[in-house]
Design a protein around this ligand. Structure first.
Ligand SMILES: [Zn+2]
Length: 376
C-alpha cells in the first residue's frame, strides 16, 4: 500500500497567509455507534455524521448494537432508511452476528461492510456465547469483507484460532492491552489474516485517569488499561492497522446517572489527538494517513471517494469543550485538553460539505458505500 500523497499549501482565503493548510484525504472511521434506530436521544445519522465531518471523516462504518440490533434484513433497512435521509457523510453498516442469523448472514453480506461479532460484554443486546454458532459464522461468512470482533483477553485467543483454522479475515476492534497486541503480532507473523484497530482514548488515557474522569464518565469497553499497556500500544504501531474512534455517545445525564453506560464520543477529537502526536514526534504524518484513511479503505474493501479531501489548519491549537460538539453527547473524556490541528473544510465527491463549524451538505447527501441499489 502506498502512503497517500500529502500536499501542504498556503490557503489564499486564510486570514493569515503564513499559516499553512494541510490537505489530507477524507478520513475513514471503521468503528462508530450512531445509535439509530432506538437511541436517537444519544445520536442519530444526522448529528453523528456532522460530528464526523467536523472531525475530518468523510466515511464512517456504523456498528449494529442498536435497538433493535441490526441482525436481519428488516432492521438493516430500518437503519439504512434513516441513514439515507439524514447522513451528511458516506457510511457503511455492519451486520450483527447472532445465534439465529447464521444462514441469513451470508445472504446479507453484499449489503454490509462486515460482520460484527461481540464476544464480550458491552452496550446493547448482542453477545455471541455459543461456540458452535460462532464456528458456523466463521464457516459461512463470505470472504470479501472481514469479521470484526470485539474480543478481549481470552476471547481474542479464540477468535485468532478460528481465523487461522477457517482461513477467514478478522479485524480486531479496539485493542487495549499489551498481551493482546502481542498476540496479534504473533498471529500476523504466522500468516493469520488479522488486522486491528486502536482507539485514540486507549492511546491517550489510562487507569490513572479514572479518578479525574469520575466513576460514570470513565466507563468504557474495553476499560482504560494501565500505563504499561498504553506504552505497549505506542511501541506496537507497526502492528496497529487503523486508528478507530469507537465513537460511542451517551448523554451526560446518562454518564452521570446510577447505571452509567460504557462509551466515549470520539469523532470530534480523534484527528486533533493524532495530529498532536505528530507534532510531538510520536507519529509521522504518513503513519496517520495510513491508519485513518488508506488501511480502513483497504481492509473493508471500500470504493474510493472521488474528489474528496479535507483541509486542516495544523497550527490551530484549540481546547476540547464537549458542549460545543456537533455530537448529541455533549461531553468528552478529553474535556479541557488542548489539541493541535483543526478541520477547516471538507470536500466530499466534489462538494464543499463542511466549513469552519458548519455542515454544508444537506441531510441525505451521504451515500452507502457498500449497497447502493434500492431495496426490494
Ligand atoms: Zn464499539
Amino acid at each position: 500500500m502506498s502512503p497517500a500523497v500529502l500536499v501542504v499549501r498556503t490557503d489564499p482565503r486564510d486570514w493569515d497567509s503564513s499559516r499553512s493548510m494541510l490537505e489530507l484525504p477524507g478520513l475513514i472511521d471503521p468503528h462508530v455507534h450512531l445509535r439509530e434506530p432506538g437511541g436517537t436521544h444519544k445520536e442519530d445519522f444526522g448529528t453523528g455524521t456532522i460530528a464526523a465531518l467536523a472531525g475530518g471523516f468523510t466515511a464512517v462504518l456504523a456498528m449494529p448494537n442498536t435497538q433493535p440490533p441490526l441482525t436481519d434484513l428488516a432492521n438493516l433497512e430500518l437503519a439504512r432508511s434513516a441513514a439515507r435521509t439524514k447522513a451528511r457523510c458516506d457510511y457503511g453498516l455492519f451486520l450483527g452476528a447472532g445465534e439465529g442469523n447464521i444462514a441469513a448472514a451470508s445472504e446479507l453480506a453484499p449489503r454490509v461492510c462486515g460482520l460484527k461479532v461481540y464476544m464480550d460484554h458491552t452496550y446493547g443486546p448482542l453477545r455471541m456465547q455459543s461456540l458452535p454458532a460462532l464456528i458456523e459464522h466463521f464457516t459461512n461468512w463470505p470472504g470479501s469483507r472481514p469479521i470484526a470482533c470485539h474480543a478481549e483477553g481470552h476471547s481474542l485467543a479464540v477468535v485468532l484460532t478460528l481465523a487461522h483454522l477457517f482461513d477467514r479475515r478478522v479485524h480486531i476492534c479496539h485493542v487495549s492491552l499489551a498481551v493482546e497486541i502481542d498476540l496479534i503480532r504473533r498471529a500476523k507473523e504466522r500468516g493469520t489474516q488479522v488486522t486491528c484497530e486502536v482507539t485514540p482514548h486507549h492511546l491517550y488515557l489510562s487507569d490513572s485517569d479514572l479518578p479525574s474522569l469520575g466513576t460514570g464518565r470513565s466507563e468504557v469497553r474495553p476499560r482504560l488499561a494501565s500505563a504499561g499497556d498504553v506504552a505497549a500500544l505506542w511501541e506496537s504501531l507497526d502492528v496497529i492497522d487503523c486508528f478507530a474512534t469507537d465513537h460511542a455517545p451517551h448523554t451526560l445525564q446518562e454518564k452521570n446517572g446510577d447505571k452509567p453506560p460504557p462509551g466515549y464520543p470520539g469523532l470530534e477529537t480523534a484527528l486533533g489527538l493524532m495530529l498532536s502526536a505528530v507534532h510531538e514526534g510520536r507519529l509521522s504524518m504518513d503513519d496517520l494517513v495510513l491508519r485513518m484513511h488508506t488501511n480502513p479503505q483497504h481492509i473493508f474493501n471500500l470504493p474510493p471517494q472521488p474528489n474528496t479531501r479535507i483541509e486542516v489548519d495544523q497550527d490551530h491549537v484549540w481546547e476540547v469543550r464537549g458542549v460545543e460538539f456537533h455530537s448529541r453527547s455533549g461531553w468528552s473524556p478529553f474535556e479541557g485538553m488542548k489539541l493541535r490541528g483543526r478541520v477547516r473544510r471538507v470536500h466530499l465527491r466534489g462538494q464543499l460539505v463542511y466549513e469552519d463549524g458548519q455542515a454544508l451538505a444537506p441531510p441525505g447527501y451521504g451515500r452507502d458505500l457498500i449497497f447502493t441499489s434500492v431495496p426490494a
